[in-house]
Structures are given as structure tokens and as C-alpha cells.
Design a protein around this ligand. Structure first.
Ligand code: AHR
Length: 853
């Protein structure tokens, strides 16, 4: 969008004369096309698939039957059930050795045959039982036994699919299942797709007889009607005993029409991102809730009936229909390199943390070598030959492997060395990635690792983190390995992932692209969410049985990747700040705790050296409004005596903007320590200093927005944990756009209102275009004056790709899936430097082709 030169001149003058009169924002952007900065890694943007929130099972994997093999009520390997809890083996925890974790998880399976039920019409007598007689295969040892005493007007075995089966008029569905019967069952059975009201959408009658041995039945069901929450019914019309197993239903249209393939809309979303690579299959999924139940790629290849499935730590079984071979095939189909993550003999640190000792890690190393051989070994090799037998003689595009997920520390580093050596000896071309825990580069790990190709750090951050710490990676030392941000997202303080999340993600991407000499790969996480069963708050692509939509962050990543420069260019941005950014922390103050009982006294507010408030709880407790918690006054002390989260007392008299707040606080019980709310707009919107969070050990600033909280600063370790019964002096200095916090007279932490405008420029070497990427997370537009040093662009037409919303809480939805997507427009460049207005809450990419390029 062009803005007039006069407006820029006027705004500049006003801002220079007096920032308080300034009504707009101005950025003077200068780009230096001859000053090359980091090259941008062609593999920078990839994707990370994990079996979480039914992303695969009931999601990307197009199978429509839930619990097709009747194995979903089985406990994961090595676990037992105790009063509704799944309890893993009580052996030592990897990071806490010799301690044994007492972690357990709720077992939500409530009957023997989840997703299946029996429907009986008038006069019918029938029942179903899980059976282990005469298994179909060792991997599918259970079947469902249907005993029909009297068929009455009908007995139907019903599968509800994954929160419904999407049936579309005119489409064909491939049904297959196995049946065996005893001698007494005669007669046909009927397969139907039906609505919940038993309206038939598709039907097929099998007249062939079943018999004592397992027999496979197959048909195509042609839909005559549409219904998103349909179900599959297998109906029996005679009395007898029938065993049913491995019931499978696929839409005949799958991505690239592959049998056992992927759901088209979801696969197309993934393909649309043009990912350089796919990381698979996790995540915590790789680690398992205990070592015995962790995934093993060899169990995920070959005939579907021979795959026993894997228990996802997110609380459900994967059939492994989307197995290792399908993953490699999918990578090839979307033109991405494969990144396979394998278990290294350690289960999830946040779950049981059980592990195999270092001297038993040999089979894990061998399994990794075999997996690589399966993907890229010659057809003469053992595993390469199996790949060929499974239909793919040519090597798959496996390029990377990762040793474990989120393992960390010295012992892991040493274990990694064993894997690295063995893999590099046999497959020097494969890049080997080390995990780094659920945070940034880990010192103990990197010190123990002799050599790695890439380190994978995970950065889930709250609102504003990528803006406050925008120079985070600029400061990283450059070493002989690249960094892979294997899991990133802004997922705190941004609802379920709104426009503000997308703006923060965009700021992260700019930070990654700018540092692409160091950061060679990234992938957003989690990728997919079946809205009927989310296990994580903020996910990139959402779907139900029939619909899907991508969040705004998806479009940010897409537009960033589609407009990835080959090389970054030096650029400078001069911001002429406007008056309204002054005094950003005005509001009320308060006192609060979290799962903690505490006392507060001697509260003072000092403005310009004058004490404007002094607590006197005995005489003036009416100054305070208690929102939640059990607040009691005794002498000069205000005590919070309740358990639980969110107790809050607000000093209700007035707002403060710049001031010093002094108080004394003492913990009397509970888990954490003190929280001091500031800049309170109301009881659901404020910033707070949390001193003694995470079991008294750290401090940080947290933003409470519409009643949900998120830590917005990097946590600071306290010198020593907050002690119960001891008084602490807290001082908080609030200036125009900065807050400083002191504990017992010593500086503890600070928070500054972040810049909300970021620019990165680069060059497309093929087309010669200059690419300017800008994020404006502010509520006001950003008027800019852009000059490209030494290049004449006047008279040229530029292309602007703009993603914008009027409201930071805006989101795409099932009903309006493409409400917020990038839109393109042209703009005419009217001089050697030109003006452009970046919209509020926007991500913008400008492509400018200089004359002669
Ligand atoms: O993406 C969700 C989880 O976050 C992943 O499973 C794990 O690697 C990370 O902690």
C-alpha cells in the first residue's frame, strides 16, 4: 500500500519535534544489496509429524475405522492397570537415577472394544465379546465375537469411526474385513454406511458363506448420500457365532491415490508448505511412556494385519498403518527429505523415564542402522531387498536421523557418541541429529558429544518472547554443527493460536532466517489436531471427520518459505517512536500467589520520591478488593491462606503509571512463592512478577490475558530457593516501558516492552528480486520509507504479499477457513526511495525487481 510522501514528511516532523504529538509510527528502512549477510538454508522450513491429537490415526492416515484390529483395549507393553491408572514398570528414571519415577497415567479405555457397539432391533438377542480364540495373526491376537441368539429384526455391529465417518455422495469406499463362524451360522451378512438415524448411505450384501477358518471379505461401497458423522454397520441375519477382525474402510480417493494412503485435504496442506523435510514419528511418541512400549520401525512395515500397533504417550493406540514405509513414501510424494527419529533406549523424561543401560544399547544401534538400510540401502542388502519387496526398489529420500527425542545430559551425550560412530561408519552421507531436551542448546550434552552434525533444540514460547528476545540466536556461538529448531511455536497467551500467535511465529521465522548460517532447519509443532481429541493447546492444522482449516501461523510459514531469499542483505531500520508507547505499564497493583500461602506487609508506592500509598490493613483494608483466595488481616500483615491457583487482592484506589513498589513477603506454605500483579486492567488482564515459581526456584514475568497466564520472560534462576517462614524484601521499579525487580536489595530481573516491528531483507538470486519481510505486531500501521542503496527501483512495480487482521485475537475456523490468508497486490515505486504502509497486525513480504535484474 502506498502512502503519500507528504504524510511521511509530516509524521517525521511531528515525531522529531515532540514525540508526544506523534500520531503514527515511522520506520526508515535502508537496504544494502551489496552487503551480503547469511545465506538462507534451503532446508530451513520443514514439518514435524507426531502421533498426537489423532494427527495420524483418525487424521492424516486415511483409515476410517477406529480400532480396526480390536486391539485398542490392550495395555501397552510392560504396563499394568491399578485402579484406573496405567502404571509403567518401576525401574529407575534416566535423568533422576537411581530414583524411580512414580508417574502414572489415567487409563481412559472403558470397555473391551472401544469405538464398537452392538445395535439390536426388535426381538433380537445378541451380545459381543472380545475374543482371543484362534487369532487372525500374532500381531492381531484379538477379534470380536458376535453371538446372535435370535436375529429379530436385525443385529448390527457398529463402528463409529473417528468421531464419525465422512461419507460423501458419489464417492466410493473400500471395505475389507475378516470373518470366521461356527457351524451354526448360515446366511448372508450386510455392510452398510448409515447415518445415526439409520438412514442407509451405501450398502453391500455378502452372499458368500463364511466358515470355520478366517476369510477375507471385500467390497466397494458407493455412497448415495452425504453425512459427516456416518458409521459402519455389519449386520447379521441369522443366529450363530461370528468372529470379526481387521475391519478396514478407506476412501477410494487418497493422496496420490496410494492404497493405504493419506487423507487428501490434510496431505495437501502439508504439501502446500513445500517442506524441505519431514521429521517423523515424534516427539514424545518416539520415547514412549516406558522403554518396552516405545515404537519399533520393524513392527510398522509389511502387511497391515502383521503390525501390532504402538501405544502413543498421548493416550491412544496407533495402528501403525502410517508406518515407516508409508512415511518414506509420503516424503517422496511431497518432494521432502525424510528425517527419521528413533528411540535410543530411553523413554520420556516427563513420563516413566525408564531406560536400558548403556551396555544394552547395541540392539538400538542395530535397529537404527537397519532402518537406514531399509530406506537407502541397495536392493542387494537385507533391508534394501525388503524395501524392494514392499514395492520400492529405488532408495527413499532419507537424509537425516535423530537419536532420541528431548534426551539431554552427559549420559545421553555419551550414548549419542555410540550411535554417531556406528551410523557414520556405515552411512557417512546421513546427517545425524542430537536432541537437546525441551529447551535451548544444553551445555552438559554438547560437552559430552564428540561430534554431531546438527543439534535439535525445542522452543515453545509465550506471547512476545520472539520479540523481546529477537536477538537470541545472534548471540549464539557458531560451532561445527548446525542448529535445528525441531519444535517451535508461540503457544502461551495467544488463545488457541490466534493472529498474535502468528505474528510471534513470524517474528521467530525472521529470527531463524536471519541466523540461517547457524539455524539450518526448523519445524513448527504440533502439526495436526483432530478437534475431537486435542492433546495440546495450540496446533497448526485442525480438522474433524469432514473439514479442516489451517491456522494463520500456517500461512505465515507458507509465505515465508515461498519467499525464502537465497541470501540475506544488510538492512537498517530506524524507528521514530510515537508518544503513545510511553507509560505502557499503567494500571493497578495487586498481590497474588499460586498453590501457595503467603503473607505481605509494608507495601509502599513511591512516585517521584513521594510515598503515595502505604499499607495500613487494620484501618484501611477497604482499599483492597479480594477477588479470589482466603485473605485475612492480622496487625500489619495481609495473609493469603487458601490453596490453589489465582488468589488475587487488588489495591483498588487508583492506577499508577511510573512508580516504585516496595513490600515485604513471607511464604507460609505451599509449592511456589510470591506473585506481584502490575499494570492491572482487571482481574483477568495484567502482568505479574512471579518470584519463586517452579517450586521456589525461578523468577519471571508472566502475562495474564483474558484469565490465562504465560511466562513472557526468560526464567531467571534464584540464587537460592525461596524459604518458608523467611521475610523477603521486594522492590519493583516501573518506568515508561521497563520494569525492574529487586529481591533483598539485589537486581533480579527486568522486562521491557518489546519492539513490535521487525524487518529482514534478502535477495532471490535467480530473479534478482529484493525481498523485504516485515512483521508489524502493533495495533497501529507502520509508515515506512524504504531506500535500496545504489539500486534504481523508481518506476518499477513491486509485489506485496500481505497477511493482516484487524484484531490480534482473530483466527481462521472451520466455518471461515480462509478468512485470514495472504493476499497479493502490486504497488508502484515512485522514486529511488519509496513509501509503504505496513498494516497493523500484519506480516508483509515485498518483492522488488530492480531495473535490469
Ligand atoms: O509437540 C508436542 C511435544 O512437545 C512433543 O512430543 C515433545 O517432543 C515436546 O515436548
Amino acid at each position: 500500500m502506498n502512502i503519500s510522501k507528504d504524510r511521511i514528511v509530516l509524521l517525521s516532523l511531528l515525531c522529531l519535534l515532540n514525540p508526544l504529538f506523534c500520531t503514527g509510527q515511522i520506520a526508515k528502512i535502508k537496504i544494502f544489496p551489496d552487503s551480503l549477510k547469511a545465506r538462507v538454508s534451503p532446508s530451513l522450513h520443514g514439518i514435524f509429524f507426531e502421533e498426537i491429537s489423532h494427527g495420524g490415526e483418525g487424521g492424516l492416515y486415511a483409515e476410517l475405522i477406529q480400532n480396526r484390529g480390536f486391539e485398542d483395549s490392550q495395555l501397552p507393553q510392560g504396563c499394568m492397570l491399578d485402579s484406573g491408572w496405567l502404571v509403567p514398570p518401576r525401574t529407575p528414571h534416566y535423568s533422576l537415577q537411581p530414583t524411580v519415577s512414580d508417574w502414572k497415567m489415567e487409563w481412559k479405555v472403558k470397555n473391551d472394544y472401544p469405538a464398537w457397539s452392538l445395535l439390536k432391533k426388535d426381538g433380537a438377542e445378541a451380545d459381543i465379546f472380545l475374543s482371543d480364540e484362534k487369532p487372525l495373526t500374532p500381531a492381531s491376537p484379538h477379534s470380536l465375537k458376535v453371538v446372535v441368539g435370535s436375529p429379530g429384526k436385525g443385529v448390527s455391529l457398529v463402528n463409529e469411526g473417528f468421531w464419525g465417518i465422512n461419507v460423501v455422495k458419489g464417492e466410493t469406499y473400500k471395505l475389507s474385513f475378516y470373518i470366521r463362524t461356527n457351524k451354526s451360522y448360515k446366511g448372508p451378512f450386510v455392510a452398510t454406511l448409515e447415518t445415526e438415524d439409520r438412514e442407509i448411505l451405501a450398502s453391500h450384501t455378502f452372499n458368500e458363506n463364511a466358515n470355520y477358518e478366517w476369510k477375507k471379505f471385500e467390497c466397494n461401497l458407493q455412497a448415495t448420500g452425504s453425512y459427516a458423522k456416518a458409521r459402519l454397520c455389519l449386520s447379521f441375519q441369522n443366529k450363530g457365532e461370528i468372529w470379526v477382525d481387521f475391519v478396514s474402510l478407506f476412501p477410494s480417493k487418497t493422496f496420490k491415490n496410494r492404497p493405504n494412503g493419506m487423507r487428501v485435504d490434510l496431505a495437501e496442506y502439508l504439501q502446500g508448505l513445500k517442506p524441505a523435510f519431514v521429521r517423523w514419528p515424534g516427539g514424545c511418541y518416539v520415547e514412549g511412556i516406558n522403554v518396552q512400549s516405545a515404537p519399533d520401525w520393524k513392527r510398522t512395515i509389511g502387511r497391515l494385519e502383521d503390525r501390532p500397533g504402538t501405544y502413543s504417550p498421548w493416550g491412544y493406540w496407533s495402528s501403525d498403518g502410517f508406518g515407516y514405509h508409508e512415511f518414506l513414501q509420503f516424503c517422496e510424494d511431497i518432494g521432502a527429505k525424510a528425517l527419521y527419529v528413533f528411540n535410543c533406549g530411553v523413554s520420556c523424561d516427563y513420563r516413566s523415564g525408564t531406560f536400558v543401560p548403556d551396555d544394552s544399547v547395541g540392539p538400538y544401534i542395530q535397529s537404527a542402522l537397519d532402518a537406514i538400510e531399509y530406506a537407502i540401502g541397495s536392493v542387494e542388502s537385507h533391508w534394501g531387498a525388503l524395501r524392494a519387496k514392499n514395492g520400492h526398489p529405488a532408495p527413499f529420500p532419507l537424509h537425516y536421523v535423530e537419536v532420541g527425542n528431548e534426551q539431554v545430559g552427559k549420559q545421553y551425550g555419551e550414548r549419542f557418541n555410540m550411535f554417531y560412530k556406528a551410523i557414520k561408519e556405515k552411512f557417512p552421507e546421513v546427517e545425524v541429529i542430537a536432541s537437546m531436551g525441551i529447551a535451548h542448546i544444553n551445555k552438559a550434552t554438547t560437552e559430552a558429544i564428540k561430534k554431531m552434525d546438527i543439534a535439535d533444540e525445542h522452543t515453545y514460547k509465550s506471547i512476545y518472547w520472539p520479540m523481546v528476545y529477537h536477538d537470541w540466536y545472534d548471540k549464539y556461538p557458531r560451532k561445527d554443527y548446525g542448529i535445528y529448531i525441531g519444535e517451535y511455536s508461540c503457544n502461551g497467551g495467544v488463545g488457541k493460536g490466534n493472529m498474535m500467535a502468528a505474528l510471534n511465529d513470524a517474528a521467530s521465522v525472521l529470527m531463524y532466517e536471519r541466523n540461517s548460517d547457524l539455524i539450518t532447519m526448523t519445524s513448527y509443532a504440533p502439526l495436526l489436531e483432530n478437534v475431537n481429541s486435542p492433546h495440546w493447546e495450540v496446533n497448526l492444522i485442525k480438522f474433524n471427520s469432514s473439514n479442516s482449516f489451517a491456522r494463520i501461523s500456517y500461512y505465515v510459514i507458507k509465505m515465508m518459505n515461498e519467499n525464502r531469499a537465497d541470501v540475506n542483505l544488510k538492512s537498517s531500520v530506524e524507528l521514530l517512536k510515537e508518544g503513545k508507547t510511553q507509560k505502557v505499564y499503567s494500571g493497578k497493583i495487586g498481590l497474588s500467589t499460586w498453590d501457595t500461602q503467603a503473607e505481605f506487609k509494608d507495601i509502599q508506592i513511591i512516585q517521584d520520591g513521594v510515598t503515595v500509598y502505604k499499607s495500613d490493613f487494620v484501618n484501611n483494608f477497604q482499599d483492597w478488593k479480594t477477588e479470589k483466595g482466603k485473605w485475612e488481616v492480622s496487625d500489619s500483615i495481609l495473609s493469603q491462606k487458601d490453596e490453589g491457583a489465582w488468589p488475587l487482592a487488588i489495591l483498588n484506589d487508583k492506577s499508577y503509571d511510573t512508580y516504585v513498589l516496595k513490600l515485604k513477603a513471607r511464604k507460609t506454605g505451599g509449592y511456589n512463592a510470591f506473585m506481584i500483579p502490575l499494570a492491572l486492567k482487571d482481574d483477568k488482564n495484567y502482568l505479574r512478577a512471579h518470584i519463586g515459581a517452579w517450586w521456589n526456584r525461578v523468577a519471571g514475568f508472566e502475562l495474564v490475558s483474558e484469565g490465562t497466564d504465560a511466562m513472557v520472560s526468560q526464567p531467571v534462576n534464584l540464587k537460592s530457593p525461596i524459604e518458608t517462614g523467611k521475610w523477603y524484601d521486594i522492590e519493583i521499579r516501573v518506568s515508561n516501558d521497563k520494569i525492574e525487580c529487586y529481591l533483598n536489595g539485589e537486581f533480579l530481573m527486568s522486562y521491557r516492552e518489546p519492539d513490535k516491528f521487525f524487518v529482514l531483507s534478502g535477495k532471490d538470486e535467480k530473479t534478482g528480486e529484493i525481498i523485504v519481510k516485515a512483521v508489524n505486531a502493533d495495533e497501529s500501521p507502520m509508515s515506512s520509507q524504504i531506500a535500496i542503496d545504489g539500486l534504481d527501483v523508481s518506476g518499477r512495480t513491486g509485489k506485496a504479499i500481505i497477511l493482516h487482521a484487524n484484531n490480534p485475537k482473530a483466527e481462521n475456523s472451520m466455518d471461515e477457513p480462509v478468512k485470514y490468508v495472504p493476499r497479493e497486490e502490486n504497488f508502484v515505486i515512485d522514486g529511488s526511495s519509496f513509501n509503504f504502509e505496513f498494516k497493523p497486525y500484519s506480516v508483509t513480504i515485498l518483492r522488488i525487481k530492480p531495473a535490469g535484474a
